[in-house]
Ligand binder design. Structure first.
Ligand SMILES: [Zn+2]
Length: 283
């Protein structure tokens, strides 16, 4: 049976309402109090990140860098090189860290195991990446940061939006967040149960186009001052693997007449062939 779309909209509004958020938050805080304080990296009972593990995690989070080279699904844009044909390049992405052993475990604990205190390590890294973004993206502020939204199911499971949580208190001067500008497009139930075609392409062009209609822009924010003249738009997400989630956000924003100057992510998978499950991206 398929829910009428109005009903689904109502459920989402309820789940994302401030009261529901507050309930999810207090539940999470209670879980934090009840849970023994095990190190998210080694499991020892010595704080969120134990003194032995902390230096390794901090070191992995120290140096923001341009991370688009290994993300095969990112959208391409033409760069004139002086010849007859412009060269195509993936859109620029700044990552606060590589998706290494420490950063990946810290992010998973933060996102999927309710260990929100890990944000104390991740937020400074986000701040450094945003502060370095004008230089690394070769773009001028002021900037409007558009977070990739949690799905309603992800929000229900966690009681918080990890991407928004990471941005709290992490913004350098000249940055403002536009939460709610992007939303998940609801997928008809029929499509959700349809098996994937065995002939689905795996080439870079197919990867670039698959699932690019996942997001839509919210009309509430379309006329907002955050997209005003003189502001550059940057997309923000936690983990970039192939870049397909960022590609979908680009598609939605460009359909709304907005071309982002780049993206900032907390961690990027940099070695080809070692991408973790795509579900890590803001499920
Ligand atoms: Zn440890």
């Amino acid at each position: 049976m398929r829910l009428p779309s109005g009903c689904a909209v109502g459920l989402d509004r309820l789940v994302l309402a401030p009261a529901a958020r507050a309930l999810g938050r207090s539940g999470r805080e209670l879980a934090g109090l009840l849970m023994p304080s095990l190190c998210v990296l080694c499991g020892r009972q010595d704080g969120t990140v134990c003194p032995e593990c902390a230096p390794g995690l901090v070191a992995e989070l120290l140096h923001p860098f341009r991370a688009e080279q290994d993300a095969a699904a990112l959208p391409l844009y033409p760069v004139p090189l002086g010849g007859p044909e412009p060269s195509l390049h993936p859109v620029p992405v700044v990552a606060a860290a590589r998706y290494g052993a420490e950063a990946s475990r810290a992010l998973l604990a933060f996102k999927d195991h309710g260990r929100t205190a890990v944000a104390g390590y991740l937020r400074p890294a986000v701040h450094r990446a945003l502060a370095a973004a004008p230089r690394l993206l070769e773009a001028q502020g002021p900037f409007t940061l558009v977070p990739v939204p949690s799905s309603a199911a992800g929000f229900r499971a966690r009681g918080y939006d990890p991407v928004e949580e990471l941005l709290t208190g992490a913004l350098p001067p000249g940055w403002q967040v536009a939460p709610g500008w992007l939303a998940h497009r609801r997928r008809p139930l029929v499509a959700a149960f349809r098996p994937r075609s065995s002939h689905a392409g795996t080439g870079s062009r197919q990867r670039r186009h698959r699932g690019r209609d996942r997001f839509r822009t919210s009309r509430r924010y379309a006329a907002n001052a955050q997209r005003g003249p003189g502001r550059n738009v940057v997309v923000f997400d936690d983990v970039m693997t192939t870049g397909s989630t960022l590609a979908a956000t680009w598609h939605a924003l460009e359909q709304d007449g907005v071309r982002p100057v780049g993206a900032v992510v907390v961690a990027a998978v940099t070695a080809p062939g070692t991408a973790p499950d795509e579900g890590l991206n803001s499920a």
